[in-house]
Design a protein around this ligand. Structure first.
Ligand code: AMP
Length: 170
């Protein structure tokens, strides 16, 4: 299946100069959704996974699907003020300004194997902050997994040392 046909470019969204990769055409097609999930599982391979961590908000589409197939739990990483229980936070630099991500303090146990999933790898800041949160809890990142990677933004450089897999590359 040619998954590229199911990714739509939206110019100047959410702000001028950004070409947004809209994955909703893929999500709404039952065959494409199933096939993309299966292909991402193939990229994950035989590694042991205890938890799949997905980042707010588009990481939530596939992360629980992958977790269920991998016989693993799902853990959300969220923007500040959303998680109700005791949290660990990580603030990281953006091109202009800062952002913060949070994870529940009891979501990962020391030594657990963790797969990180998001829809898009862009500059890598979100994924790197998520790796830092997982490791702060004692988790071991086994792979950073993405539906698609914007190669020209070189996000993989920020994830140096981690296994990075993406189904589609631009
Ligand atoms: P980054 O931290 O720069 O790697 O950005 C990754 C996050 O921003 C992901 O959660 C994506 O959902 C989102 N994102 C960044 N750039 C795009 C884009 N061009 N199209 C769609 N989502 C994007």
């Amino acid at each position: 299946m040619d998954f590229y046909n199911y990714i739509r470019d939206i110019q100047d969204f959410p702000s001028d100069g950004i070409t947004f990769k809209d994955i909703t055409p893929l999500l709404k097609d039952k065959d494409a959704l199933k096939a993309a999930t299966e292909e991402m599982l193939r990229l994950i391979g035989e590694v042991e996974v205890d938890k799949v961590v997905g980042m707010e908000s588009r990481g939530f589409f596939f992360a629980p699907l992958l977790a269920s197939k991998l016989n693993a739990g799902f853990v959300p990483v969220r923007k500040p003020g959303k998680l109700p229980f005791q949290r660990v936070s990580k603030t990281y630099a953006l091109e202009y300004g800062h952002d913060t991500l949070e994870i529940h303090a009891d979501s990962i146990s020391k030594g657990e194997y963790v797969l990180i999933h998001d829809d898009v790898l862009a500059t890598g800041g979100t994924a790197k902050a998520t790796c830092d949160l997982v490791e702060a809890l004692g988790g071991v990142v086994v792979q950073c997994n993405f539906l698609l990677e914007l190669k020209f933004l070189e996000g993989s450089k920020k994830l140096n040392g981690y296994s990075i897999k993406s189904l589609l590359q631009y």
